[in-house]
Ligand binder design. Sequence first.
Ligand SMILES: [Zn+2]
Ligand SMILES: [Zn+2]
Length: 364
Amino acid sequence: MAEIRNFKCPCCGAALVFDGVSQTLDCSSCGNSFEVETLKQLDECTGETAKESKFDWEHYEPRSYEPDGEIDLASYSCPSCGAEIAGDNNLGATICPYCGNSTIVKRNFEGTLRPDYIIPFKTDKNGAMRAFENACANAPFLPKEFKDKRVVEKMTGVYVPYWMFDCDCEASAVFNATRVSAWSDGRFDYIKTDFYKLIRAGNIGFTNVPVDASSKTDNRYMEGAEPFDCGAAVDFNAGYLSGYLADRYDVSADDSIERANERVKNTAASILNSTAAGLYATVIPESSRVSFSGGKIRYSLLPVWMLNIKYMDKMYKYVINGQTGKVSGEFPTSKTKKARFFAAVFGVTFAVCAACVWAFTNFM
Ligand SMILES: [Zn+2]
Ligand SMILES: [Zn+2]
């Protein structure tokens, strides 16, 4: 009995009292009653979910790149933004994909860190240019510079470094949910709200959770160009770099772990949450937990086209997914074009009004 008296009402927090006749625990505050076994289960589950998550990734050991004669690599550095990128030694004059600067210094290539995987380009330059043109067609009042082929042609194919995280985790979450019903008996309208405690748990496998490994790429642009089909990743082979630039990571695997943890935990919670979709009026997360050990980290290169366009002293940056052609970036509006459009619209409205007045006076 002592154990039973310790239970608190899961609905309102008041102390529960055991009723010997009904064999239930009753709450005098909110009027609910509970089976002892149900409360024990609830206690176990919520206690488990309230524990701290356990993320255990294997240590990543960097491997150095050994030229294998497949491709002659050069190192390109940008004096303007400090980008250090590797690329095909035969690339002609190139521009910095990160800032658009055209004075790039070419040096002899000195070893870098060998990626585990590479996702080869699927959208070639023409395809990427077409994708950009289509995105431009949907941007209102776009300055003409953005539609100039000579400008758009300057886009560069870059393999950007990513850390890929794999893990099989146990995930659990507790949600507070409600269901609302309403009816009327002719005299009164009734609204009833039922409160639920949802407990969800399961095993979720994650493969290739991507985390950007370069501090130079703005995450907003990169995430805007996602998703990448990581299933197309192949073992790294320098031959894929031919004709492209490749950046190397400057954010270590260890420094990326926190973002991977966040992505794994949030995705697990939203998968568990989705099992309640449509069944309740509201579902509010209370707590969630993931736990795994031996998660794997791999170094990968992902294909993007990068384009920088200068307009009114501002550099507009675009990242185009090298697999799907999805365009990420903000488009400016030309004030002159906008002004001309409104002048035209008002001109038409005015002409219509003038016609109305004319018709009206004629009628009189
Ligand atoms: Zn209560
Ligand atoms: Zn630069």
